[in-house]
Design a protein around this ligand. Sequence first.
Ligand SMILES: C[S@@+](CC[C@H](N)C(=O)[O-])C[C@H]1O[C@@H](n2cnc3c(N)ncnc32)[C@H](O)[C@@H]1O
Length: 298
Amino acid sequence: MSTTLGELVKEGAQTLAAGTVAEPYRTALHLIRAVLKLDAATLVAHPERVVTASDLRHVRQALARRAEGMPLQYITGTQDFYGRDFDVTPAVLIPRPETELLVDVALDHCRRLSQSTVHILDLGTGSGCLAVTLAALLPTVRVVAVDISPAALAVAVANARRHGVAERIRLLESDWLAALPPGTPRFDVAVANPPYIAEAEFLSLQREVRDYEPRVALVSGPSGLEAYARLFNDLPRFLAADGIFACEVGWGQAEQVCALGAAHHWRLQRALSDLQGITRTLVFTHCPNAVSHLKQPP
Ligand SMILES: C[S@@+](CC[C@H](N)C(=O)[O-])C[C@H]1O[C@@H](n2cnc3c(N)ncnc32)[C@H](O)[C@@H]1O
């Protein structure tokens, strides 16, 4: 018996609803479009079109995976970040819209600098979304991007090539700054979206995140602050005198991260909130001679 596009959309929405997926109809449309490489108009305008047996098999496999909890982006293999499509696999965190704030901050700082070459460090690059976006938007920057996960670095390499910036991004397997060679030029901007989930919180994450995104991208230790402590301690050796460190923080973490930074002589310069009003991005400068003080985010 043949199945039409219209029937498949209906079946897909039912499969996803049974798997408690939010917005099952819209998600089914999106997934079917992506798997069959159809534009939105064709899918809506030709519900009578018969789906081939092989296409049907592929769509049903994808629907089953989404119904089990696999994020849509791992099924379609792509996610938009700052207006560009990025390859994503289960080896990397799916780039989030709030992380785009780090791009805004880095662009803002780099565009004020007068030197011909600006050096950017991306700590925990994952898919390479930050490194690649900044290299693509700032034609004279050179980026060093590190990650502890070789599988993530392979995805970042693919994205750097896809967007034509591989020659200006050096990708390095490193435990934060440990593998940066001596003599590395000082960085004008360091960006980081580090793992910030506390171990105890991990099990309460939604299944799409907990069961599918890489644990190393989410959790760095018992408190969720371990990565910040390492970076605040080690980064000053690699940052230019007027350089900035911009990092993303988790819900409700801004105050603790500022206190940790202050204890390592980092001064909060700016704090930015996401669309939900959550403080997400903190921008620090390092002041080695300043008396350590606790500074709260505004
Ligand atoms: C939250 S993800 C961020 C990925 C990407 N920058 C983004 O914003 O979408 C954190 C990244 O840090 C990496 N990571 C975790 N621990 C690390 C370590 N000790 N050294 C370097 N990278 C690390 C993970 O592999 C992961 O890719």
